[in-house]
Design a protein. Structure first.
Length: 678
């Protein structure tokens, strides 16, 4: 059952109210804050993360780094390079790229892990770069994984990575934080994968889009660390920017009894001293911390779940799909999601003494070479191979559509990975499902989607109704609570931004809609042409209806789609300095600031305009409403055609560090300025 309600918040001062765990970690890694400044959701801050990982995209980052005029990384202890994505590709071109990355890392003294060592996210956890209560970023969307060990992990784009390499820092806007409370205990046969698949399906209306998530509740206490890592990993698919678990006794015991014995006493990051420091200096959310949303799920109401086909937002119970007799062609136990030792052992327990169905290809790859060695020592690896599985090297592969074993036209696959987007694992005409390692292994033997119980002649657990609730704070109440006093404004940065609102009333306007793909790889497109074709695929009349100084107001998930920076620069070329939306695609948000385009999320405003223009068939509407953003007070005021105030709302503070980036024309300009000044 689902219950939704809104709760009121006190409007206490920023200086008096407490911080949640996400805000506390950001506070630790924010740089150049004014004295006694406390950071909260909505604030733009400059961050110096503990570590920054890049993988096969390290060479594009390196070329961007060198293009900025940088020659030496700011802190080679901060940077980690891993080769993991295209490790099966032995072409001359790919091997040359790998060679370039390795040489660059050696010259700079960067920690480097070659192809075959494992998936970067697994290495970051195994080797203690992602460590409890630190902030670790990666130029990969699944850096959320680090939250499984209490490290605030979040993705960045390549320009951010180059900035960190050159200056040690980049920027981040602290997102709204959602508290996800896990109650009760998991029934037998239900895993961490089932939890996150159920959450993605049960809350599939973008409830946590671009949020930071904190998992709390007595249900967390009994979750193994590997389950937490799986759940945190797939908060990416749920739409979140991070997924953070607490630092509790379970985690401390894992470090003491699992990691310390394997890493030895002299490990530079995970050792008796660092673990004792964690134990003796507990950090958790304050009792009066503010959360944008509070989701509650009763773990006892869950059964095994399967995601798909071809969407993580579709969640079906194992019982329902087992009854449909869905034949499979391929099965996968690979990826950063579910290829750790416990996953391999769980699959081996299902497969022991059995054979993969003759018509099924079953692929297995460990998350790292260390995991494979441990699985081999435990006998689990050989058990899986004896059952007929085909081994792949430790690393990525089929999960991202690379290498051996991809789905072909018309085929059906079931995988213990994190994404089953149409065409991601091969043909766009194939069907892909996601499930736990146990269900994947059982399905490989059965030759159809089914559960381990069926191998013993038993029925899979019957479907239950998920017991869940959600409460939300009203956006204006949150803003009132987090807003503070006067904000310093740098010379050259406007104290206020004002313009007429241009309504583009649609959700999910993607980067192709903003900047047509046919121009993306034409490097000689002049700025005037970019301005002309801006929003062309959304509305061919946009150019004739808008002018410089206007402010776009649109729906939810604006800028979703590809990572092309031109989606932001085309709007700037049109003479627009600000876009307002219900919410933004994360990569678009980062590309916008990196190119000096400001953005504001104001759901209440798009909802008001939608009510006013309900039924209109115009794609682009000049509303006559004006928006004024007073940067000095972090206050937005909107007036209608007659000058009546229709909305007043506090927004996140735009600190001087972020202003400096905008003044210098974006992140690359700021980096060049920093390098030249030094």
């Amino acid at each position: 059952m689902l219950r939704v309600n809104f709760r009121s918040l006190s409007t206490s001062s920023r200086l008096l109210r407490g911080q949640n765990l996400t805000e506390k970690i950001v506070q630790r890694y924010a740089v150049d804050l004014p004295a006694n400044k406390k950071v909260f959701s909505g604030d733009y801050v400059s961050i110096r993360p503990a570590h920054c990982m890049s993988h096969d995209n390290s060479w594009p980052v390196a070329t961007k780094f060198m293009g900025l005029g940088a020659t030496k990384v700011k802190d080679n202890r901060q940077i980690v390079c891993t080769l993991d994505h295209d490790v099966q590709n032995k072409s001359e071109k790919n091997l040359e790229k790998y060679h370039n990355i390795e040489n660059f890392a050696r010259e700079q003294g960067i920690d480097f892990y070659p192809a075959g060592r494992g998936i970067g996210h697994q290495i970051m956890i195994e080797e203690g770069y992602a460590f409890p209560l630190n902030l670790t970023v990666a130029s990969d969307s699944h850096s959320n994984t680090y939250g499984g060990v209490g490290s605030l992990g979040t993705p960045i784009v390549r320009t951010d990575a180059a900035s960190i390499w050159a200056t040690g820092q980049t920027w981040w806007q602290i997102p709204p934080v959602a508290k996800v409370e896990l109650q009760g205990k998991l029934p037998a046969g239900v895993t961490g994968k089932d939890i996150i698949v159920a959450l993605c399906g049960a809350f599939n209306k973008d409830e946590v889009l671009n949020h930071a998530i904190e998992f709390v509740g007595e249900g967390v206490e009994n979750l193994p660390i590997d389950y937490r890592l799986t759940i945190a990993n797939m908060t990416t698919e749920w739409g979140a920017l991070s997924g953070l678990f607490p630092v509790d006794k379970k985690l401390l015991d894992w470090y003491r009894h699992d990691r310390l014995p394997k890493l030895g006493a002299n490990h530079p990051r995970v050792n008796e001293s660092t673990v004792s420091e964690l134990e003796n200096n507990a950090v958790s959310s304050d009792s009066d911390a503010v959360y944008a949303k509070h989701l509650v799920v009763d773990l006892g109401s869950l059964t095994p779940y399967i995601s798909g086909p071809n969407s993580v937002k579709i969640s079906n119970s194992l019982a329902d799909l087992a009854n449909e007799n869905i034949k499979i062609d391929k099965a996968y136990l690979v990826s950063c999601t579910n290829s750790r030792l416990s996953d391999i052992q769980a699959a081996a327990d299902v497969l022991r003494g059995r054979q993969v169905a003759p018509h099924v290809e079953f692929y297995v790859a460990a998350a790292s070479s260390n995991v494979q060695q441990d699985a081999e020592a435990a006998g689990a690896w050989q058990t899986i191979l004896d059952a007929g599985a085909k081994p792949l090297p430790a690393g990525c592969g089929p999960c991202i559509g690379l290498g051996t074993g991809l789905l072909k036209d018309g085929e059906v696959g079931i995988s213990a990975t994190n994404r089953n987007f149409k065409g991601r694992m091969g043909s766009k005409d194939a069907l892909a499902y996601l499930a736990s390692p146990e269900v994947v292994a059982a399905s490989a033997v059965l030759g159809r989607i089914g559960g381990p119980e069926e191998l013993h002649g038993e029925a899979v657990p019957s479907t239950r109704e998920i017991v869940k609730t959600i409460s939300e704070t009203q956006s204006s109440e949150v803003a009132a609570d987090v807003a503070g006093g006067a904000v310093e404004v740098l010379d050259g940065f406007p104290k206020a931004i004002e313009g007429e609102l241009i309504l583009c009333d649609a959700d999910n306007i993607n980067t192709d809609g903003i900047y047509p793909g046919k121009y993306t790889y034409q490097d000689d497109i002049p700025r005037s042409k970019m301005a002309e074709v801006c929003m062309e695929n959304y509305d061919s009349e946009f150019n004739g209806k808008t002018k410089a100084g206007d402010i776009i107001i649109s729906g939810y998930n604006f800028g979703t789609g590809s990572s092309r920076e031109q989606a932001a620069t085309a709007i700037l070329a049109r003479g627009m300095k600000l876009v307002v939306a219900g919410s933004f695609g994360n990569i678009f948000s980062r590309n916008s600031i990196n190119n000096a385009l400001l953005t504001l999320e104001i759901p209440a405003l798009i909802n008001k305009l939608r009510a006013k223009y309900k039924g209109s068939d115009e794609l682009t509407i000049r509303t006559g409403w004006t928006l004024k953003w007073d940067v000095t007070t972090a206050q937005v005021e909107v007036k209608d055609n007659e000058g009546n105030i229709v909305l007043q709302q506090k927004v996140g503070e735009l600190g001087t560090n972020l202003q400096d980036i905008i003044v210098k024309g974006g992140l690359e300009g700021w980096v060049k300025s920093e390098l030249s000044s030094k």
